[in-house]
Design a protein around this ligand. Structure first.
Ligand code: PEP
Ligand code: MN
Length: 338
């Protein structure tokens, strides 16, 4: 259930409503927007008489949430979520964020060179995989924590925030000092135990859509994190598997406006995994911005053809810089900044 408070509701009135909701056996999640406070009640609300809550002082209106996801739905935060990071970086809101870096952190020199490029292009986020979910067990599996240490150093040197994939619960704690945002990869979108644990963490989570997941399944996966009290979730469209083989995945551009409509969570477009092809990254990055994406995730490498993973979809540094310049113009055309 959603309880929207009046603009002028006092803290005492809000507390009284929270108490009444908790007494009725529901978990209360509060959001305080610029205009009003909205309380989401999650739990056994089916048998509740909502008029009882409507009568409480300071309440504007009460309604049931018909969608299966409760906290991810836009009704709870109509203004949209802006996720905040160190160094004044944000994802959500007016500005479009650039998250870029190699598929995998390979060595110190590589990640420092990329960090300098991302910074020079105006990006605020450095991404790099240290725990890699590879299709083959014989492929490079990532440098682990040693890789994250050098990525953190490179990010610090350039005032960037870091994003890296977590594959299992046991990695969360050791990763904490080195990452500003946990990425959950497509293959783990329905690793519900991992999602629940990330709900207990107070660091943002970038949740990628699974290769065969519907939009609703993605939103329900985000609900596992949100219901734990971690409200800083960013959704990512990274392509799904279809009958089409011309591209590695089929980037579902329409999912971006769909997610923006259904949910308050920021949405990232990932044209690198979405296409698997270097020559298709720029057009699909532009399409994602035109479709309303709040950020882009792009794989870059100074020696892209020699990248140890995802080489075919990785941009060289110069085309990446050119793409960012073009995206700035496009962002302005759709009323955003970059
Ligand atoms: C990645 O970001 O490098 C990655 C492995 O992504 P995905 O989970 O979308 O395949
Ligand atoms: Mn990759």
């Amino acid at each position: 259930m959603i309880v929207a408070m009046q603009e002028k509701a006092t803290e005492e009135q809000i507390d009284a409503v929270i108490d009444a909701m908790e007494e009725a056996g529901v978990d209360v999640h509060r959001t305080t927007g610029a205009m009003q406070t909205i309380l989401a009640g999650v739990g056994p609300t089916a048998g509740l008489d909502l008029t009882k809550f409507e009568m409480l002082p300071g309440v504007l209106h009460v309604h049931r949430i018909s969608a299966p996801y409760k906290l991810a739905g836009r009704a709870w935060r109509p203004e949209g979520t802006v996720v905040e990071f160190p160094n004044q970086a944000t994802i959500g809101g007016q500005a479009i964020a650039m998250i870029a870096g190699p598929c995998a952190i390979e060595n110190r020199e590589q990640i420092f060179e990329i960090a300098a490029c991302v910074k020079a292009a105006g990006g605020k986020f450095l991404r790099g995989g240290a725990f890699k979910p590879r299709t083959s067990p014989y492929s490079f599996q990532g440098l682990g924590i040693d890789g994250l240490k050098v990525m953190r150093e490179a990010a610090c040197a350039h005032g960037l925030a870091t994003v890296s994939e977590v594959m299992e619960i046991a990695q969360i704690e050791p990763m904490l000092p080195y990452v500003d945002c946990f990425q959950v990869g497509a293959r783990n979108m329905q690793n519900f135990n991992l999602l629940r644990e990330l709900g207990q963490v107070r660091k943002p989570v970038l949740l990628k859509r699974g290769i065969a997941a519907t939009v609703e399944e993605l939103l329900l996966s985000s609900e596992y994190i949100l219901s734990g009290g971690n409200y800083d979730v960013i959704l990512c469209e990274r392509g799904i598997r279809t009958y089409e083989t011309a591209t590695r995945n089929t980037m579902d551009i329409a999912a971006i406006p769909v997610l923006k409509k259904l949910s308050h969570l920021p949405v990232v477009g990932d044209p690198s995994h979405g296409t698997g092809r270097r020559d298709m990254v720029a057009p699909m990055a532009k399409a994602a911005v035109a479709a309303g994406a709040d950020a882009l995730l792009i794989e870059v490498h100074p020696n892209a053809d020699k990248a140890v993973s995802d080489a075919a979809q990785t941009l060289y540094l110069e085309p990446f810089e050119k793409l960012v310049r073009e995206l700035r113009v496009l962002a302005e055309a759709v009323g955003r900044t970059m």
